[in-house]
Unconditional design. Structure first.
Length: 403
């Protein structure tokens, strides 16, 4: 059986970003499923180009065959730039989808919504089933964040969305909150929606977690209680709340140290703010490849994620939290919704506060920084829960069942 995936933002395991199909394809291959992925030419986090020239670039990434096709990357961090990138990739991906060997099933993984149309049109021409994978709540997210205000564009986006939902044989989402949203707000039949979160590759983590001891020494963290955030520095995250907590803790608890790893539109702002306010217990590190981030997480003592108070964020599984849990780190989750429920109701592996609650974030950090035994207990709970529910073999098998 051949699986064809349209996924513009596919990243290799040795890059910063979210791993999904590169992990699934390894286990699908064991069940005699070959995976071809039509992907973009640029890494969406770093802006790195994969090929210097040409419209198509082929490569292998583990068990998956990657077909990278051309798209623009001009002004990508702006709304107009992303629209141009999605539009040009749609055209290239559509052509590539018609040229590859006939697949048994087609998966189109959003964003963007145009990619869904590429997958649908190719599935109709090739006469194979079409599966839509939803990894973001477009256009609702863009509207709520104020990125999309034109009424005509909003109306068109909702029409495109309904078109795809009605024509997909299956819809796969990476969060139970997305399923709830699609059923209750979009009227999508519950029985065609499958939930497959982003997986945790325990073999990879096991190989890299030992790097934590070395990194802790190299980074000068041996005598500190390190509070770590890793991943996108995008607009969904409330770094101001974390900086305020850091500022108030630098005199009260001298051994508490914050480390922010990653990049994004907010990074220059938070670096400038930390400098302007004289926040000395915060350091900023460059993005770390996916196959090395486990070492940095293992070198920390506590992991933290703070989301803004946006309604759509209640439905999102924050993937980095799964990595924190899998590496036995207690989690401070300043947020509401399904990720907070995962941490504090289901896995019971951390402390949850309301979004933007600086005082309670500070108190949570102080509580955990003073109790190594509690950190160990919460970390062990998180590891056990992710091992049972989020390991790659479990989720790869579930995905195939939906297909």
């Amino acid at each position: 059986m051949k699986i064809l995936v349209f996924h513009q933002f596919y990243t290799r395991l040795n890059e910063a970003g979210i791993s999904r199909f590169n992990l699934f394809s390894k286990y699908w291959k064991q069940d005699r499923y070959d995976t071809t992925i039509i992907a973009g030419m640029f890494n969406y986090m770093t802006g790195k180009r994969y090929a210097k020239a040409g419209l198509i670039y082929r490569e292998k990434d583990g068990a998956a065959e990657i077909l990278r096709v051309w798209s623009t990357f001009i002004w990508y961090r702006t709304f107009v730039g992303r629209v141009l990138s999605h539009g040009t990739f749609f055209i290239s991906a559509l052509i590539a989808g018609l040229l590859v060997k006939k697949p048994s099933v087609i998966i189109a993984s959003s964003p963007s919504i145009l990619l869904g149309f590429a997958g649908y049109f190719v599935s109709r021409i090739r006469r194979v089933p079409f599966v839509l994978e939803v990894q973001g709540l477009f256009p609702d997210e863009a509207i709520e964040l104020g990125r999309m205000k034109n009424r005509l564009l909003i109306k068109m986006a909702y029409s495109f969305e309904r078109f795809l939902y009605k024509r997909a044989r299956r819809i796969v989402v990476n969060s139970p909150g997305f399923k709830q949203f699609l059923v209750q707000r979009k009227g999508v039949p519950e029985d065609i929606i499958g939930v497959v979160p982003n997986p945790v590759e325990f073999d990879l983590i096991r190989d890299k977690s030992q790097d934590g001891f070395r990194l802790r020494s190299e980074l000068g963290w041996d005598d500190k209680c390190v509070i770590l955030y890793s991943g996108s520095h995008g607009p969904a995250y409330d770094f101001d709340a974390l900086l305020d907590a850091a500022y108030s803790l630098q005199e009260e608890s001298a051994n508490v140290h914050f480390a922010f790893i990653g990049d994004g539109r907010q990074k220059s702002h938070i670096m400038n703010r930390a400098k302007a306010y004289g926040i000395r217990n915060v350091e900023f590190l460059d993005p770390v490849p996916r196959d090395k981030i486990a070492g940095y997480i293992s070198a920390s003592d506590i992991c933290v994620v703070s989301l803004r108070r946006e309604n759509f964020l209640k439905y999102v599984y924050v993937t980095k939290v799964l990595d924190y849990m899998a590496l036995k780190r207690p989690v401070i989750a300043a947020m509401e919704g399904v990720t907070a429920d995962l941490v504090c109701k289901h896995a019971k592996c951390g402390i949850c506060t309301k979004p933007g609650d600086r005082e309670h974030i500070k108190k949570a950090i102080l509580q955990l920084s003073k109790s190594k035994s509690r950190r160990s207990l919460l970390g062990e709970r998180g590891y056990i829960f992710t091992k049972e529910h989020f390991s790659t073999p479990v989720l790869a098998k579930r995905y195939l069942e939906y297909l």
